[in-house]
Design a protein around this ligand. Structure first.
Ligand code: 13P
Ligand code: SF4
Length: 322
């Protein structure tokens, strides 16, 4: 195999070409989350939400997975594809929500509720997943909770806003919710809804279930103060803007997704619910870092086998439910 060049190509288009060429030489696949930068979209084989990216990681025949997302997502890819090299271009790409519960805290919580079934959002470390019975994502959390017998106590975490939304949908009383949050989504408030509603009265509201204003938004819809509001995972948002008869949307999630909407569904209008909603962890992944990741095999994600096999059980249970 020819030696990859050691200097960084000078223009963005030559860097894009260099990444695509290295990807081919290395038999690598690039998986990118919907919040990634546009230049990452340009080199990605697949762009999606957490559940879709997990599925892609499990199915790929490539030797190397370069994960353009955050650490827990790359770890999930490694759990599902232990024989592949999984690379995260910057180890500082973390997640405030995943940091909001540690394995030790979950162990302690479980001792307080020894009979409970543990359902943890995919935004958690491998160690936390290994202590869980089920994993879930924003697109299947309610379905997972509904699949658990009604009389069974549940520990749900770590996102309290997703937890409250799932509780509202499932009417589950015996569900304890961990008080964790994502620092980007928790910042969405009722005043943002009211301001945007006044500015764009015809627009459809689309919110991520991690948003701090989900309950107020659904209440406003019940009160007919808002025409339509939908609570969706990031990829379900892309499908919604494509399929909805509406022409204008207020987007309640990380603003990066709007670029994907503009690319895939041009001709409609997208207004961020909060313009400053940027996940700095997602933005740690840049094209030069992807290039170096492929060139230098950095940074390989490893998960100890015992943790991996236990975490995989929780993910497999999720995937088998949907
Ligand atoms: P999705 O699974 O909806 O893409 O959400 C992941 C995430 O980190 C949201 O902040
Ligand atoms: Fe984590 Fe929030 Fe960033 Fe999503 S937006 S990766 S939940 S910190």
């Amino acid at each position: 195999m020819s030696q990859p060049p050691s200097t960084l190509p000078s223009s963005q288009s030559s860097l894009t070409q260099a990444v695509l060429e290295l990807k081919r030489q290395r038999h690598a696949v690039i998986l990118a989350h919907n919040y990634q930068l546009p230049e990452i979209y340009d080199v990605a084989d697949f762009i999606g939400d957490s559940l879709e990216l997990s599925r892609q990681a499990a199915q790929t025949t490539a030797d190397i997975i370069v994960f353009c997302g955050v650490h827990f997502m790359a770890e999930t890819a490694k759990i599902l594809s232990p024989n592949k090299t999984v690379l995260l271009p910057d180890l500082a790409a973390g997640c405030s929500l995943a940091d909001s519960i540690t394995a030790e805290q979950l162990r302690q919580w479980k001792t307080e509720h020894p009979q409970a079934v543990v359902v943890m959002y995919v935004n958690t470390t491998a160690e936390v997943k290994a202590l869980s019975d089920y994993c879930c994502t924003s697109s299947n959390a309610a379905k997972i909770v509904q699949s658990i017998p009604e009389d069974q106590e549940i520990l749900f975490g770590p996102d309290m806003f997703l937890g409250a939304y799932v509780q509202r949908l499932t009417k589950r009383r015996n569900m304890h919710i961990w008080p964790g949050e994502c620092h980007v989504h928790a910042g969405f408030r009722a005043e943002h809804l009211a301001k945007m509603q006044a500015k764009h009265p015809q627009a459809e509201f689309i919110l991520h279930p991690e948003c701090g204003c989900v309950s107020q938004c659904l209440y406003m819809m019940d009160q007919k103060q808002i025409k339509t509001a939908k609570v969706l995972s990031t990829s379900a948002m892309i499908k919604e803007v494509a399929n909805s008869p509406a022409d204008e949307f207020i987007i309640g999630t990380e603003v990066g997704i709007i670029e994907r909407m503009k690319r895939e569904v041009p001709g409609k209008k997208y207004y961020p619910l909060k313009e400053t909603a940027v996940c700095e962890y997602m933005k740690k992944i840049t094209l030069p870092k992807v290039y170096d990741s492929l060139r230098l095999n950095q940074f390989a994600i490893e998960v100890p086998e015992q943790v991996r096999s236990q975490a995989k059980r929780a993910i497999d249970r999720m995937v088998s439910i949907g």
